[in-house]
Write a new protein. Structure first.
Length: 416
């Protein structure tokens, strides 16, 4: 047998064979189970976190465009007709929507609410998936007679909005062209009304802030002509966003901000990523504590196998080879435990993903009714490498400290 395979062969016999002390067997099993449970917990928690991350991102993507264009200075800008046509003809661009946004005061019956009114054109439903998020009513913004509004679920709840087309929704804003007078401050306020036709439910932050209305209605309310707050752009599925983003920036010039979805919600994505790594570090710390059992198990095994050590030395085994045997023994505990934890954790995640056995409490108020799960291969590899590294470090300590002293004692006996 080659020398490089000898430590693995002996370590495997020690791991699977019967020890003379039953306590060593128990501690070895506990060590393996600790690594298995810790690994399984990492897989499950990170997969559930990935699931929630995907759900939230999908909800945000139903409202946010692929590319958002805004003025570098000021609240609004006037897009040229030729520029809009050039953007629409750009390869990779599917639709371009003009948007106007402004803070307003809403009045419905005797209820008031501060919100953001978002004026959109006919291309808005092509750019976003808002029409698939209608909770009640329809995605109707205009007909031959009058304009209509679609309000967020949070706004509707705050104002007690009903879709009866009898009670109008009054919209108040500051008249930017009027002069403010202390004698008659109402002259600086513009007011108009619109009937709600639907209620959308995306995410609490959006639902409690936004009211969507036709862009003509909002421009007239704000005394705008062709001004826009944003250009929202939908890309062709499968196209590279970064490449199209650079082309749009080249067309518009330096006076505009061109942001992709991640840049539009940069803080959100950064927080989600930080939370995931924080959870990973916390669970890894727990796994480190569980790996202390490897130190105890390996220390007792070294004492239990003192006769084997003496026999190996008499057969010509070096100190390095003997240390490698026990280091491999401790590392095998981590390998077996980690593989078992990865398989068990992945199996639990698959069952939850397939059948949704664990339900969310009060699922009627959520977009989903079971805990979402998404398994990522990169997470599995990272978890396995982390567990193996922790196991290797845990195995090194007793081998370096205890076997060193014990082997020195054996050398002294041999010399004598």
């Amino acid at each position: 047998m080659q020398e490089m395979n000898l430590p693995l062969y002996i370590a495997r016999r020690y791991l699977l064979g019967k020890k003379s002390q039953n306590a060593i067997n128990i501690i070895s099993v506990i060590s393996m189970l600790g690594v298995m449970v810790g690994t399984m917990a990492l897989v499950i928690v990170l997969s559930v976190f990935n699931g929630f991350d995907s759900v939230v991102k999908s909800l945000m993507n139903a409202f946010d465009p692929d590319i958002e264009v805004s003025a570098a200075e000021g609240k609004t800008f006037v897009p040229g007709h030729a520029t809009l046509e050039e953007l629409r003809a750009l390869p990779g661009v599917q639709a371009v929507s003009e948007v106007v946004e402004e803070n307003v005061l809403l009045l419905y019956g005797d209820k008031q609410h501060i919100a953001v009114i978002k004026g959109v054109d006919d291309s808005f439903t092509e750019v976003t998936g808002i029409d698939s998020m209608i909770y009640e009513g329809t995605m109707k913004l205009r007909d031959a007679a009058r304009p209509y509004a679609v309000v967020g679920q949070g706004v509707a709840y705050s104002l007690r909005v009903g879709l009866n087309f009898v009670d109008p929704l009054f919209v108040y804003t500051i008249d930017r062209k009027a002069r403010f007078s202390m004698a008659n401050p109402e002259e600086a306020i513009r007011r108009d009304f619109i009937y709600p036709s639907g209620i959308f439910a995306i995410e609490q932050d959006f639902d409690s802030r936004y009211v969507i209305a036709p862009i003509e209605f909002v421009r007239e309310l704000l005394s705008y002509d062709r001004e826009c707050s944003f250009l929202e752009i939908k890309l062709v599925p499968g196209v590279q966003p970064k490449k199209v983003q650079e082309q749009i920036s080249g067309i518009l010039g330096e006076g505009f901000h061109v942001k992709n979805r991640q840049q539009q919600n940069e803080l959100f994505y950064r927080v989600m990523k930080s939370e995931k790594w924080a959870i990973f570090l916390i669970l890894t710390f727990i796994l480190v504590i569980a790996s202390f059992n490897i130190i105890g198990s390996l220390s007792m095994l070294i004492i239990d196998k003192k006769r084997d050590i003496r026999s190996l030395r008499n057969l010509g085994a070096s100190n390095k080879l003997i240390k490698k045997i026990f280091l491999t023994e401790g590392w095998l505990i981590s390998v077996v435990g980690s593989i078992g934890g990865l398989i068990l954790g992945t199996l639990i995640c698959w069952v939850q993903q397939r059948f949704g056995l664990i339900r969310l409490s009060g699922s009627g108020t959520f977009v989903i009714d079971a805990y979402p799960v998404r398994i990522e291969i990169i997470d599995i590899l990272l978890i396995w490498l982390t567990v193996l590294l922790i196991g290797w470090i845990a195995a090194r300590y007793p081998v370096r400290q205890i076997s060193k002293k014990y082997l020195q004692r054996i050398e002294e006996d041999v010399i004598v």
